[in-house]
Design a binder for this molecule. Structure first.
Ligand code: NAP
Length: 474
């Protein structure tokens, strides 16, 4: 057998996960000159695009147009989509290894980090990740209920996910009705009583993780004022010195927006988004559900490495809120048969080559990783492109060195046979395009980008109905 990558022995790569990092990995493989490659992309959902569909905020439609790029990648003859196929259940790790020269895991980070404070388990204490997945119509979160009857909510964390959550809570129902937010979420938010949204940052505005377009947008809300008290933008000497260096343009622009908010009076809109910096929740208070959050004021201190860190003072305050969303970062989950480093919630790797262990691990031949499950939950969608290019470079280097896995059954038909034998209803990319058309047509009728299907059953039923009406090949 010749080495893989030729027409007599195409390089067979499985990509597990169909979010941005998966598509950028496929793209990097397709762009290798003279490489003959077969890419099979698996996703446990019938729908592709990962966080672009299930994470990007519904009022940020422009960001979602990146899927046009992914559609072009999917249209290449080298590419096949295996939607509705769960790794570890419908196809195991060993079965993947029996069918492919290499596998790239691009499964993202599906769960959230905790605060570790008393009261965190009370009803009304919620992970932002679940709220985001729910309003975006992710089938796993379709059945969640959010009690939005309180007058005030708090969002802990000052990253862009916190901005998304706060914005969605502060939008008018007319604004939401123009989006592709799940219908059940629009209906629930229509009855929302929340008027005040606190955003709580443990460090100061200069250390905020949000970016300037997001903080600018806060000042442009239809029915919500943004409230920044004058004390919130008064900087400690270390933060001021950092800003004065002029090396962090995002922090400078963030400060300009926040200072503008602090100087301008509010305009009496019915809702308000209140920024509080240098505070940490220490307890969620309530008997049957969250009724308040106790916060401690922090001071900022520079450690020996020069990092500006929060240190609790003895000043406490209690904010009456009925909901607390923790938005302090996502975390990856382990995949069956694949190494995992609990400490960071990532798959241990060296530039994308999977290692048996986080410390001094050996390379696992033929297994690679990219995206949030490789580097942790950071960066924007585009950050995944160079990340996946790096991973694919390692894969190609290993192929040239004869270090890839040698699959026992290197044929596409045998994967299909295996899944068919298990009764798995594989959703192809052509199937997804049918679902896409149905959703966008429903949306067009309502002046919305799409009306999402939010259960797997609904999607499979719609496909069955479509194929019954127009049998393939007819
Ligand atoms: P993130 O950017 O890492 O922000 C996490 C926030 O949580 C930080 O403010 C962090 O503060 C805070 N935090 C962590 N532990 C905490 C604790 N124990 N108590 C209080 N605060 C704590 O994460 P993210 O918001 O989940 O976003 C993930 C990635 O997706 C980011 O790269 C983000 O930019 C990106 N994203 C982009 C967009 C967009 O482009 N519009 C939208 C959504 C998400 P410290 O800094 O003090 O640790």
């Amino acid at each position: 057998m010749t080495s893989p990558g030729t027409s007599s022995n195409p390089l067979r790569v499985a990509i597990v996960g169909s979010g941005p990092s998966g598509f950028y990995a496929a793209d990097a493989l397709q762009k290798k000159p003279d490489l003959v490659v077969e890419i099979d992309m698996f996703d446990r959902l019938p729908t592709p695009f990962g966080l672009v569909r299930g994470g990007v905020a519904p009022d940020h439609q422009k960001i979602k147009s990146v899927t046009k790029v992914y559609e072009r990648i999917a249209a290449q003859p080298s590419f096949r989509f295996y939607g509705n196929v769960e790794f570890g259940k419908d196809i195991t790790h060993d079965e993947i290894m029996a069918h492919y020269h290499a596998v790239i895991y691009t499964v993202g980070a599906q769960t959230d980090k905790h605060l570790g404070i008393p009261g965190e388990d009370l009803p009304g204490s919620l992970p932002a990740t679940e709220f985001v997945a729910w309003y975006n119509g992710h089938p796993d979160y379709h059945d969640l209920q959010f009690d939005l009857s309180a007058e005030a909510a708090a969002v802990v964390g000052i990253g862009n996910v916190a901005m998304d959550v706060a914005r969605i809570l502060a939008r008018s129902i007319d604004e939401l009705k123009k989006t592709d937010m799940a219908d059940y979420a629009i209906a629930a938010l229509e009855k929302s009583n929340i008027k005040t949204i606190y955003i709580l940052g443990r460090r100061g505005p200069v250390q905020a993780a949000f970016t300037d377009p997001e903080i600018k947008e806060m000042g442009e809300m239809e029915v919500a004022d943004v409230v920044v008290g004058p004390d919130e933008v008064r900087l400690d000497p270390a933060s001021q010195a950092y800003l004065d260096k002029g090396e962090d343009a995002v922090a400078r622009r963030n400060m300009e927006h926040l200072r503008r908010y602090a100087e301008n009076p509010t305009s009496g809109k019915p809702k308000k988004i209140v920024f509080r910096f240098c505070v940490s929740p220490v307890e969620l208070i309530g008997t049957d559900k969250v009724e308040a959050v106790k916060i401690v004021k922090n001071e900022l201190v520079q450690n020996e490495k020069g990092d500006i860190r929060p240190r609790a003072t003895d000043q406490f305050e209690t904010l009456p809120v009925g909901m607390v969303f923790r938005s302090v970062g996502y975390r990856g989950l382990p995949l069956p048969g694949v190494p995992f480093y609990e400490g960071w919630g990532t798959i241990p790797n060296d530039k994308g080559r999977i290692l048996t262990d986080h410390k001094d691990g050996q390379v696992v031949p033929g297994e690679y990783v990219s995206g949030w499950i490789k580097r942790g939950p950071s960066g924007v969608i585009g950050t995944n492109k160079p990340d996946s290019v790096e991973t694919v470079e390692m894969l190609i280097e290993d192929m040239a060195a004869g270090k890839l896995h040698d699959p026992a059954q290197p044929g596409r038909e045998s994967v299909d046979k295996l899944l068919a034998g298990r009764g798995v209803r594989v959703v192809t990319f052509a199937d997804w395009q049918i679902l896409d058309q149905i959703e966008t047509a429903r949306g067009a009728a309502q002046g919305r980008p799409r009306v999402k299907m939010t259960t797997v059953k609904e999607m499979l039923d719609a496909l069955a109905e479509h194929h019954q009406a127009a049998p393939a090949g007819s």
